[in-house]
Design a protein around this ligand. Structure first.
Ligand code: SAH
Ligand code: CA
Length: 212
């Protein structure tokens, strides 16, 4: 997953503000009890998402792919008093754990957990979003972009995670997920409604702003 040397990754980790206690505990419990803990955003990316959210000052956030709630908590920290974050996941088994940590982070009033297939649930959302975080199944990234673009306010952001896919996007022979991610990056690049850049943080973040 990591694109940098271990030494640089460790350096970055050691020079980022300390992870707060609730997130530390959530990360620990995820690593002990949940399958595929490497999917959790983690310390450095979590802080980046938190700071990004604080820069954007969003009223409404949509997250596609909750998993155990780490990134949801980070993003929700940038919400104002009446702000809301909707987060969608198809895996209902994780819901009780996510709810428990959202409560511990004192964000229950601001976070709405939606359980089901994001492709079905997004069209039912009657909101305009300032920030969308795409982090669910990679094969549907382009579909998610199409489903959210008209629900993003002009000037709002669509951020997609894992867009370098451990560096596999530049390999000649691409598996299904790699092809899907490459297609997403090309779609965003060629869509004149947005301006974008890929940040090589962790597994790569594609940051796109919908033009005014
Ligand atoms: N954003 C989390 C990690 C998400 S992992 C973090 O950074 O901590 C990806 C999640 O997407 C998994 O929990 C998986 O259940 C969910 N997912 C996969 N396909 C989905 C779909 N079609 N609709 C909604 N969620 C989906
Ligand atoms: Ca991810």
């Amino acid at each position: 997953m990591n694109l940098l040397s271990e030494a640089l990754d460790n350096y970055i980790d050691a020079h980022a503000s300390e992870e707060d206690e609730v997130l530390k505990e959530l990360s620990r419990e995820t690593h002990v009890k949940v399958q595929m803990p490497q999917m959790l955003s983690g310390h450095v990316q979590g802080l980046f998402l938190q700071l990004l959210s604080q820069m954007i000052k969003p009223q409404r956030i949509l997250e596609i792919g909750t998993y155990t709630g780490y990134s949801a908590i980070c993003l929700a920290k940038g919400l104002p008093e009446n702000g809301l974050l909707y987060t969608i996941d198809i895996n209902e088994e994780l819901t009780p754990m996510v709810e428990r940590y959202i409560a511990k982070a004192q964000l229950s009033d601001k976070v709405k957990l939606l359980t089901g297939d994001a492709r079905k649930l997004i069209p039912q959302l009657n909101e305009i979003f300032d920030l969308v975080f795409i982090d669910a199944d990679k094969v549907n990234y382009t579909a998610y972009f199409d489903l959210v673009i008209d629900k993003v306010r002009p000037g709002g952001f669509i951020v997609a995670d894992n867009v370098l896919w451990s560096g596999k996007v530049v390999e000649e022979k691409k598996d299904k997920d790699t092809q899907a991610i490459d297609a997403y990056n090309k779609k965003v690049l060629n869509d004149t409604r947005v301006k974008n850049v890929i940040l090589p943080l962790r597994d790569g973040l594609n940051i796109a702003q919908k033009l005014l």
